[in-house]
Design a protein around this ligand. Structure first.
Ligand code: ATP
Length: 419
């Protein structure tokens, strides 16, 4: 028999979440983790620090869920009213939890700080709650049950909430609901838009059984595909999933950058290292983003030699050897200048590859012939020079990001021949 995923509701408490002062990263993080634990988030509720609202949210969340995870408002300040709400909802009262008091006292002693009444109040907890020790802070997590629904209360501070989930709640869930209920794999695709990709994968999607689904998670220039299987019971099902995963990879073909949590810069780094090749970058419109992406990967000095941010024409001429007459004739944003920049940086650093970007990121500077978003990306290697013109869009940040990613992807595609 297939195992049904356990329905989970997430409740986030805090006025700051409602006015956009704090982004509700806790709900996003919990959603992802809960899914890994073979549960299924059916509802996310955000509410302010008001007792009646908290009571109503707990009632609502417990209506269809087997598990409710609440974060926020457990602290010692006046607006932290989750504990009084718990007492009312679970018909219990506050009492001192000695072990928590000892832990808070030793935490403060270790930090050389004196304990205030407010800090001591962290050890006052709803009497019928089971305590989940908080290794990262003072407010413990709480676990209560009502009408067969498990309620977990966690502090709002993200790293405290995360540590409590991983160290306390995850082991409990695995014990309460053994067996796998869902499975996901992710594939990163570059160079084909979401709708074109959806056209390519239409037949594949139509062939999926009801318990396997495909989701598109697009970001500028990239699409992350998530293939999920829910409600399965045996190894044969898992093998079936593997078959679909292989088919999907084959359909993505050379547009497939990587799997799981891979990103473009990591994949390019691995390929460069494996091929024993090096790269240098001349950046105009990308303003350093290609270099930033490359160096965000540890150990990038194995293959990234350096870059020049040649924003002004004088830098292109002086540092990269671009011919001023070429700039005068074709303009700084041109096929010719991009090519000379790529060859110039390759020569300057003596690298195997030389990459270059020049473009009109916007919002100003466009013309009828070269509108905002026009970008020339160049790629020089022992094989010769390749310059490609792109038109990404009207937004500056998008043009910069898409140009940087495209350059890395041009490099990735060339490096694939060494695999
Ligand atoms: P503590 O006693 O450790 O302060 P608490 O339960 O009282 O915990 P809150 O006062 O609600 O926590 O929030 C503490 C911090 O965590 C605040 O900076 C808040 O903005 C942040 N925070 C709270 N809820 C969330 C959330 N859902 N997503 C991201 N950050 C959050």
């Amino acid at each position: 028999m297939p195992v049904e995923a356990v329905p989970v509701a997430i409740v986030s408490i805090g006025d700051e979440l409602l006015i956009g002062q704090t982004i509700n990263t806790n709900a996003a993080w919990l959603g992802e983790q809960v899914d890994l634990d073979s549960c299924r988030v059916i509802k996310v509720i955000s509410i302010g620090d008001k007792l009646p609202d908290i009571l109503a949210a707990l009632e609502d969340a417990g209506g269809k869920a087997g598990i409710v995870i609440v974060s926020g408002g457990l602290g010692p300040t006046a607006d932290d009213i989750t504990k009084p709400a718990i007492c009312q909802f679970f018909d219990t009262f506050m009492s001192l939890h000695e072990a928590t008091l000892t832990r808070v006292e030793s935490l403060f002693a270790r930090r050389g700080m004196s304990l205030t009444d407010r800090n001591r109040a962290q050890a006052m907890v709803p009497h019928s709650a089971q305590i989940l020790p908080n290794e990262k802070g003072t407010a413990p997590g709480l676990w209560l049950q009502r009408e067969g629904v498990h309620y977990f209360f966690l502090p709002g501070v993200p790293f405290e909430m995360q540590s409590l989930y991983l160290n306390e709640i995850r082991p409990l869930l695995n014990k309460m609901y053994p067996g796998k209920r869902s499975f996901h794999t992710h594939y990163l695709v570059h160079g084909v838009g979401e709708s074109m990709l959806a056209d390519r994968l239409r037949g594949f999607e139509a062939s999926l059984p009801p318990n396997i689904s495909l989701a598109y998670l697009p970001s500028p220039g990239l699409v992350r595909l998530r293939l999920s299987m829910r409600q399965f019971s045996n190894a044969k099902d898992e093998l079936g999933f593997e078959d679909f995963a292989l088919k999907l990879k084959a359909l993505c073909a050379e547009d497939l950058v990587g799997e799981g949590t891979d990103n473009l810069e990591q994949v390019v780094g691995v390929l460069l290292r494996e091929a024993g090749m090096s790269v240098a970058v001349a950046e105009s419109c990308t303003g350093g983003m290609v270099s930033q992406l490359l160096t965000s990967v540890a150990g990038a000095s194995d293959y990234f030699l350096g870059s020049v941010v040649a924003y002004h024409n004088s830098a292109k001429i002086k540092l990269l050897g671009v011919d001023p007459a070429v700039i005068a004739t074709h303009g700084a944003v041109s096929r010719e200048v991009a090519g000379q920049m790529a060859e110039g940086i390759r020569e300057l650093y003596g690298s195997d590859y030389g990459l270059a970007s020049t473009g009109i990121a916007g919002p100003g500077g466009g013309s009828a012939e070269k509108p905002v978003g026009t970008v020339f990306l160049a790629f020089a290697s022992a094989k010769g020079l390749q310059v490609t013109q792109f038109r990404f869009g009207d937004e500056r940040w998008r043009n910069i990001r898409c140009s940087a990613q495209m350059l890395l992807d041009m490099l990735r595609r060339d490096l694939m021949r060494f695999k």
